[in-house]
Design a protein around this ligand. Structure first.
Ligand code: ZN
Length: 207
């Protein structure tokens, strides 16, 4: 059951760009592009031990900025940021969960690089796709086998999982063809990266 508070259906309209007076979609999109210099999207696991990934990526790619600083207007409203890295935090850092966010990030801000970061001792290496599907069936009475692509459920081999996810991003119709895509293994105990896959379309613009 949903529980909602009674209220005016329009009470939050003032917080919606597309409902602002004089709204013009192309102009608003252009303003967004200027508000944030997004260059790189990095997907990684929601495991707290992987939380350093965007910070460390900004260190090995020294032209990148993360987390950066917010840009305020004269009234103190938050209107932008100088971050060039946006994180997508999902189980295992798997690309299956990141595709829609890449499409939207590129539409609003433009993106040059996609980084897939899987990490050592990830929880998704602790089970198998079969084990997850069987347990869910037994515990919840529902069949997941057609819900998620099997190869995106668990990690057994990081070279395979990173290649799989770089290929998934590359094959997606929602991802511009010009993007450079990288697959890294992140070592949680040393905060170091190992580059495993590089699919760079436009190396001159990378990093
Ligand atoms: Zn993990």
């Amino acid at each position: 059951m949903n529980s909602t508070t009674d209220g005016n259906a329009n009470e939050f309209n003032e917080y919606v760009y597309s409902l602002s007076p004089g709204y013009n979609e192309p102009n608003v999109r252009a303003a967004f592009k200027n508000a944030v210099p997004l260059r790189t999207i990095v997907m990684f696991c929601y495991d707290p031990r992987a939380a350093q990934i965007p910070f460390m990526l900004a260190r090995i790619w020294p032209h990148e900025v993360y987390p950066g600083e917010l840009v305020l207007d004269k009234a103190g409203n938050k209107v932008g940021s100088n971050a060039t890295i946006f994180p997508i935090v999902v189980a295992g850092g798997r690309a299956i969960d990141a595709l829609r966010s890449i499409t939207i990030g590129h539409h609003l801000f433009g993106v040059q690089n996609i980084v897939v970061a899987h990490h050592t001792f990830c929880g998704t290496t602790s089970f198998t796709a079969d084990g997850l599907i069987d347990a869910f069936q037994a515990e919840q009475g529902a069949d997941l086998s057609a819900v998620y692509e099997r190869d995106s459920l668990a990690i057994r081999d990081f070279r395979s999982s990173l290649n799989h996810d770089v290929n998934l991003v590359r094959a997606s119709a929602g991802v511009p063809r010009t993007l450079n895509i990288y697959g890294y293994l992140f070592h949680i105990d040393t905060d170091e990266f190992t580059l495993v896959v590089e699919d760079a379309q436009n190396v001159a613009r990378a990093r």
